[in-house]
Design a protein around this ligand. Structure first.
Ligand SMILES: Nc1ncnc2c1ncn2[C@@H]1O[C@H](COP(=O)(O)OP(=O)(O)O)[C@@H](O)[C@H]1O
Ligand SMILES: [Mg+2]
Length: 253
């Protein structure tokens, strides 16, 4: 039996009196696409921060591929194959699109890191990957622009390119379609759907259509706790989920 890609056991973090993530037990099999939905403030981003290592839990554990990574740094987790995007853009605004991609690839390539004083553009294998990625994701036309000159949808695609450039095992996407038009959101969803099927994807998504379309399973979080996990059909018709959303003025995000 292969170990689940991501397991959390009683994962908990308190900020002062507020328990933002409260005893969450997740089992996400390798290759699964899991959507995490829930009202604003439910603890979804905090859960990602605990899995990716930006935060350490007050209690509980995080296992990736069966290995306990709870005490590991962000960098160690990234070397172990965990990649993420952020709810707010994390692009280098002063660099061109191509340089953002070049830097992401070089950062994950030991042969480049050992010789960092050479100009990055001098590495033929890096240049090939940059060109491949830009072409595959249809960013070649804007390779020399700064991220701020791109549409929001293109910026989000660039973030996906950067997050996947190191061939991660687990990809955490925090609201990948936030702030983009509906048509750009659809294109982003198609792009996410076309990612390799063996990549485990955990996705926080406020657009329910997109969340339910992309996900194999959906977890609903409310007040830091897991309310329910199941197939999109089962979750969509769960009374507790309907109660948590309808009849309240919560935004789902
Ligand atoms: N670093 C922090 N310090 C204090 N409170 C925080 C911190 N990060 C998040 N919170 C609080 O934890 C709760 C969950 O936040 P968050 O994980 O961002 O929710 P979501 O992503 O589901 O909207 C919120 O009440 C938020 O204000
Ligand atoms: Mg959030």
């Amino acid at each position: 039996m292969t170990a689940d890609a991501v397991v959390t056991e009683n994962l908990t973090i308190a900020f002062g009196g507020l328990t933002a993530v409260d005893g969450v037990d997740l089992q996400i099999p390798a290759g699964q696409r899991r959507a995490i939905i829930g009202p604003n403030g439910a603890g979804k981003t905090t859960l990602f921060n605990l899995i990716a290592g930006q935060l350490r839990p007050t209690a509980g554990r995080v296992l990736v591929g069966g290995e306990d990574i709870t005490g590991q740094s962000v960098h160690a987790r990234s070397r172990a194959g965990i990649a993420r995007t952020f709810q707010l853009s994390n692009l280098f605004g002063q660099l061109t699109v191509a340089d953002n991609v070049r830097l992401a690839i070089a950062g994950g390539d030991p042969s480049v890191r050992r010789t960092f004083w050479r100009p990055l553009a001098g590495f033929a294998h890096v240049e090939r990957r940059v060109a491949d990625l830009l072409a595959r994701w249809e960013l070649d036309d804007v390779a020399d622009e700064r991220p701020s000159e791109l549409s929001y949808g293109q910026q989000r695609i660039l973030e996906l390119v950067l997050a996947t450039s190191g061939d991660p095992r687990v990809l955490l996407l925090d609201e990948p379609t936030a702030g983009v038009s509906k048509s750009e959101a659809e294109r982003l969803a198609d792009t996410i759907a076309a990612l390799p099927r063996d990549l485990t994807i955990v996705l926080v998504e406020h657009d329910m259509d997109i969340a339910f379309r992309l996900a194999d399973e959906v977890t609903v979080m409310v007040n830091g706790q897991e309310l329910v996990t199941g197939s999109p059909d089962v979750v969509a018709s769960d009374e507790r989920v309907i109660d948590a959303y309808l009849g309240s003025d919560h935004d789902v995000a």
